[in-house]
Design a protein around this ligand. Structure first.
Ligand code: ATP
Ligand code: MG
Length: 457
């Protein structure tokens, strides 16, 4: 049920509209002046629409609009206006009103405008969140944006994907995300770690075996390839797969069928293959430890996860994410990090990537005694990078003056995008190309900073 606020100093009109809208299934709140309206906007979080009279004695509609937009920038506001003030109504649109209606407004017009505005808002929201956001997958740095973009595409096809990246960069998380955003998502997601078992066991683990196929095979066993039927098989640490099995996996990829150990029958399945490694496969191919043909088959769609040190702008949101995570787990209420800690974490090179960052936060939760993570609760190899002596004092002084990483970053971004858009007359494709920024990211930022484009591609 949508909640509507009507702001008008004309009490008869208020009541008339209220009754008519209630009859059509809306919940309605009333305010006869701007101050009361702002109070309601602040308190009623589930408010969907505001109808705002432009001509009110105490605070004029455009002033009220400006304040509403400060409190709730995305709230849909529709101006009500007498014919003589249409010019003002147009300037309200520039200020962020969705539309205006001339008085006396027909209730049907009010309703159809709300429907249109509601749909547009929903479209905007789904467009903004259309990437395969996986719960707990954090990051909006350019490499992460690029990754989300590719993952969305990969959800729609069944091509094998080779996920590469250093240890702890999120390869398994990405594999799960691709599966759970694909058409196969209701099917199983089965993992096999090729580094975890000897060659002969690995084969029967993958393809299964018949009873009596080898000493110890007392029962028939279903392999992971069959378990994954209708879903995804994730071959983790694929570089560790012995050459003989590499040939069998290649055949499986090409034929979609396999023969269990000790069996004469081929089994056909419908499985999508994802694979991951942190090894330099190219070197292994040269050393004849990895098959070139398998590499080509898997590498149709390569995904390379950037190490954390190359996307340090994600550190602060990862920190916030893990602080919330461990607050819940340890039942604590840590508020954040000392600014000096953030500075130090930004200096560090993170060989263990996100897994290491998660461990660092957990480490701090165990040691920390205040409600902010301070330098003293960081591991020593990180702590020693902290600015010391007078610099630290300078640093803290600047913080008092209000230096804030996120705000500085946003103000730089806003100015950068403004200039890039201006130089390209607001054209999206051209700006994206010139500024070397993915189009989707650009659109999202334009929306975030409420900037203007020509809307032209
Ligand atoms: N973008 C991310 N946002 C939040 N957490 C992440 C992100 N990427 C990875 N993680 C977390 O980091 C940890 C390591 O991720 P994962 O196990 O997927 O890494 P990996 O690349 O498979 O590492 P390895 O090569 O060592 O197996 C996990 O706890 C995972 O949830
Ligand atoms: Mg892994």
């Amino acid at each position: 049920m949508s909640l509507v606020l009507i702001v008008d100093d004309d009490l008869d009109l208020q009541l008339l509209l209220k009754e008519a809208l209630q009859l059509r299934g809306y919940d309605v709140l009333l305010a006869s002046d701007g101050l009361k309206a702002l109070e309601i906007v602040e308190e009623s979080k589930d408010l969907s629409f505001v109808f705002l009279d432009l001509n009110m004695p105490e605070m004029r509609g455009n002033e009220v609009l400006e304040k509403i937009k400060m409190i709730r920038p995305h709230l849909i506001v529709i101006m009500l206006t007498a014919h003589s003030t249409i010019q003002d109504a147009v300037s309200c649109i520039k200020q962020g009103a969705y539309d205006f209606l001339e008085k006396p407004a027909k209730v049907d017009d009010l309703v159809s405008l709300m429907q249109r505005a509601g749909e547009a808002k929903q479209l905007l929201e789904t467009a903004r969140y259309s990437g395969p956001r996986v719960e707990g997958m954090i990051g909006d740095s350019p490499p992460m944006e690029q990754l989300f973009f590719l993952m969305e595409k990969l959800g729609r096809v069944k091509t094998p994907v080779l996920i590469r990246g250093e240890s702890g960069t999120g390869k398994e998380l990405v594999a799960r995300a691709i599966h759970f955003n694909s058409d196969n998502k209701s099917g199983p997601f089965v993992v096999i770690n090729c580094a975890a078992m000897p060659e002969n066991l690995l084969e029967s683990e993958l393809f299964g075996h018949e009873k009596g196929a080898f000493t110890g095979a007392t029962e028939r066993k279903m392999g992971k390839c069959l378990q994954a039927n209708g879903g995804t098989l994730f071959l983790d640490e694929i570089a560790e797969m012995p050459l003989l099995l590499q040939a069998k996996i290649l055949r499986f990829l090409q034929e979609k069928s396999f023969t269990p150990v000790g069996s004469l029958r081929e089994v056909k399945v419908d499985v999508r293959i994802l694979a991951a490694t942190h090894q330099a496969l190219e070197d292994m191919i040269e050393a004849k430890e990895f098959r070139l043909d398998l590499f080509y088959r898997l590498n149709v769609m390569p995904l390379k996860l950037a190490p954390l040190r190359e996307r340090k702008e994600d550190i602060s949101s990862l920190l916030a994410h893990y602080i919330a995570f461990f607050n819940k787990q340890f039942n604590l209420n840590i508020q954040g990090v000392d600014p000096c800690v953030l500075d130090t974490l930004l200096q560090y090179h993170w060989p263990g990537n996100i897994r290491e960052l998660k461990n660092v936060v957990e480490h701090a939760f165990i040691l920390e005694e205040s409600d902010l993570i301070t330098l003293s609760s960081l591991p020593s190899e990180i702590k020693e990078l902290a600015p010391v002596g007078p610099y630290k004092r300078d640093y803290l002084d600047t913080r008092v003056e209000g230096l804030d990483f996120k705000r500085e970053k946003e103000s730089f971004e806003r100015e950068f995008l403004k200039q890039a858009l201006e130089r390209n007359q607001g054209k999206i494709n051209q700006t994206a190309l010139m500024a070397n920024i993915p189009k989707k990211t650009l659109l999202r930022k334009i929306d975030f900073y409420q900037m203007k484009s020509t809307g032209k591609q």
